[in-house]
Design a protein around this ligand. Structure first.
Ligand SMILES: NC(=O)c1ccc[n+]([C@@H]2O[C@H](COP(=O)([O-])OP(=O)(O)OC[C@H]3O[C@@H](n4cnc5c(N)ncnc54)[C@H](O)[C@@H]3O)[C@@H](O)[C@H]2O)c1
Length: 356
């Protein structure tokens, strides 16, 4: 393909994320043309008609959308449980695929998708972990690559969502795979992005030795029914000795917070997704909070879609490989299992978590 071509895209799933993505695809990507959108929920056709260019075709059936929209690539923004079958179908239609995290709540389905991607090397496949496209994380990564922090031997990550009075994520727990997968995959991937987890391995297939997780239902007791928690702690020991810890929560009252501490032999560095606006008033000195992670998406979604278009049209490389989504998914599913069983989860010589 020449650089002047625009990549024809279809978007499946017009929910919270998909509606933001659709506008970016339609209006803010010079190398992309949005040709079709799809959602199974009644009323989304009206949203599409009111918010997208008139030439974007609407479908209520994802198969029909992939088959008839004329798209060369598809962006999947549906609920997590539908990702794996839609990705496989898209590959079968010969489409390049971007899919929101995680690939699946199931280990076998995740593996099948990654193997399908590997069997179709002419088709690009991207799971765009937001932090890899965030300016602060990229700055920290450049410090790591230059060696300014020395050897990064450990990473501490935290991610805290604001309390939700409607407790939406409680009923959603079964579909989302629970906190260690739904939220934790961002932290685990950020850790893998910034830690060198591949050097010094005796067995290149096995990146992780063991994980252990603990958790509480501090506010949302009903999560117990779904074997999930609202505050969870996880530790990952990589096979080359690097350590990653993560603290995930859904009970903060001020807003959304996200931090990553890089522990290097020459220096530590702390990345924070919390707003840096200081307010000094009659209550004292404080920082304004951001309500949720959506605050960061406008910039990261511009970056990941532009990168994907360059990868398909010009053969350029991408920041996340399918293997990254697989490795992060395996670790998160192992953490969830460890929380549920109260026992550590070890990884075998094939690099798979032993989930009994
Ligand atoms: N990158 C991030 O930081 C981030 C943040 C939030 C959510 N996510 C992921 O994005 C995905 C979507 O999240 P959301 O909050 O937008 O969900 P949502 O429930 O708001 O939207 C999902 C939409 O998909 C539609 N849908 C479901 N099954 C479908 C199918 N088979 N075909 C067509 N449409 C279908 C639903 O009708 C709904 O409109 C989830 O997998 C979630 O894990 C990623």
């Amino acid at each position: 393909m020449t650089a002047g071509n625009r990549l024809k895209f279809a978007l499946i799933g017009l929910g919270r994320l998909g509606s933001i993505r659709a506008k970016i695809l339609a209006f803010q990507q010079p190398r992309i043309e949005l040709v079709g959108v799809c959602d199974t929920k009644p009323g989304t056709d009206k949203w599409a008609a009111e918010n997208l260019p008139s030439n974007v075709k609407y479908y209520s059936d994802p198969t029909e959308c992939m088959k008839s929209s004329g798209a060369q690539a598809v962006l999947i923004c549906t609920v997590t449980a539908t990702h794996a079958p839609l990705i496989i179908q898209a590959f079968d239609f010969g489409l390049h695929v971007i899919c929101e995290k995680p690939i699946s709540v199931d280990l076998i389905a995740t593996k099948e998708v990654v193997e399908k991607a590997a069997a179709n090397p002419h088709l690009k496949f991207l799971v765009p972990f937001t932090r890899r496209y965030d300016k602060s994380y990229r700055t920290a990564k450049a410090l790591v690559d230059k060696g300014d922090l020395g050897e990064i031997h450990a990473i501490e990550t935290t991610c805290h969502d604001q309390q939700d009075p409607n407790a939406f994520f409680v009923s959603f727990s079964e579909m989302s795979g629970g906190i260690f997968l739904d939220v934790g995959i961002h932290c685990i991937d950020a850790g893998r992005y910034l830690l060198d987890v591949k050097s010094g391995l005796q067995n290149p297939k096995k990146q992780v030795n063991r994980v252990i997780a603990m958790g509480q239902q501090a506010v949302y007791g009903d999560l117990k029914k779904f074997k999930d928690c609202d505050n969870g702690w996880g530790m990952v020991e990589f096979a080359n000795g690097k350590i990653l810890t993560t603290y995930l929560g859904r009970t903060l009252t001020n807003g959304f917070e996200d931090t990553t501490r890089l522990c290097g032999t020459k220096a530590h560095s702390i990345i924070t997704g919390t707003s840096n606006v200081e307010v000094r008033d009659q209550y004292g000195i404080r920082y304004q909070s951001v309500p949720d992670a959506f605050t960061f998406f406008d910039a990261t979604f511009l970056a990941d879609l532009a990168e994907f278009a360059d990868a398909v049209l010009d053969g350029k490389s991408m920041t996340c490989e399918p293997e990254d989504a697989f490795e992060a998914g395996k670790i998160c599913l192992a953490l969830q299992q460890s929380f549920r069983s109260g026992l550590p989860v070890y990884f075998d010589d094939e690099g798979m978590p032993i989930l009994e």
